[in-house]
Design a binder for this molecule. Sequence first.
Ligand SMILES: Cc1ncc(COP(=O)(O)O)c(C=O)c1O
Length: 413
Amino acid sequence: MEFPTWAEVDLDRFGRNITAIRAAIGPDCKVLLVVKADAYGHGAIEISRAAMDAGVSMLGVATLHEGIELRSAGLSTPIVILSPSLLSEVDEIIEHRLTPCVSSLEFAELLSRRCVAHEVISRIHVEVDTGMGRTGVSDGDALEFLQRIVAMRNLKLEGVFTHFPDADSGNTFFAEEQLRRFHEILDSLARKKIEVPIRHAANSAGILSLPQSRLDMVRPGILAYGYYPSNRVPAAIGVEGVMSFKSRVVQLRSVPAGRFISYGRTYQAKRATRVGVLPVGYGHGLPWLLSNRGEVLIRGRRAPIVGRVTMDLTMVDSTEIPDVAIGDEAVLFGEQGGSRVTLEEVAERAETIPYEILCSMGKRVVRIFLREGHPAKVLTLVGERHESETLETTGARRTRKVQYKSSRIPSSG
Ligand SMILES: Cc1ncc(COP(=O)(O)O)c(C=O)c1O
């Protein structure tokens, strides 16, 4: 089973990362795993199932549809929609038992009314903006807002949280001030006898740089996928990268000195060059800024990207790679033969952050989920791939059958 371009997602490594995070935070602190943007490109359903096995308590998504995707896959765990939802989404939020983050009274009132009508109780979380400057209610308005919310019928305040914008900066002064302000608000709530079962604040950077921010629950994303949010946080919890991104040489060309390569003719061969063509481009999630900058691994050696990365194809100079052949594996990030190209390196060369590269991993990149180093599941653009081989009874002829099981959510209408 070979693919032109694929990402290997090592579910055992992922499980070990969660175990390491849980060991560091201790038994009294829960984990809400952030699985938005298809679990940072890794595959939300498979990652969420592995997360449940590893003892994660809640999942965090950004959109209604991300929540429905997980429910349709049979996940019954609490799922928090971390971004604000639209009024028009209320009924589906209730139907799929998703937990919204409430940041307006209008939304809360509608949710409450619809819950009463459906005769259900909706759990809700409220974000207090202590300095992120994005979503939630401002710290100054939080007490009054929460007092109004808890009085509404059929709503159950489950969590109150805040978010750090720069706990990964190497200077925790601002995050500490945010945490102090958050505690002030929690204390005022306690004085008003408003119970907050789960107080949470720490993203990956908070978990690592500000242990006192772990509170009742932490919300790791990038750390669970095996990367540190920056190189300025203490690497206090050991994690391993879960994903490797790979492609294959599909064509080899001998190019004489002086010839140009790819769009814009930005690269001119200075010598006779053996050019390897890889079937991967920005349409798969390989950053265009790696044009004439990136490096891939072939046979354990580095081959520089020459010319512009195109939508589907990228060229590399493989002149220095002895015996390079069509079909050779090319590692865009990950390990090969004892060498390594790290995601952080790729992000730096592409002037972006590891998060963006992971989340940009396109649908046509085959995901191979590994267990004990072997493929346990293969997800392609056209569904989950199954391959079976049968021996015909009449002779020794083998027949191979490939089937794709569509992962699309079945319609109920
Ligand atoms: C509210 C919230 N909490 C936690 C996270 C996880 O962040 P990280 O991946 O840096 O751990 C995110 C991600 O953007 C987020 O928006």
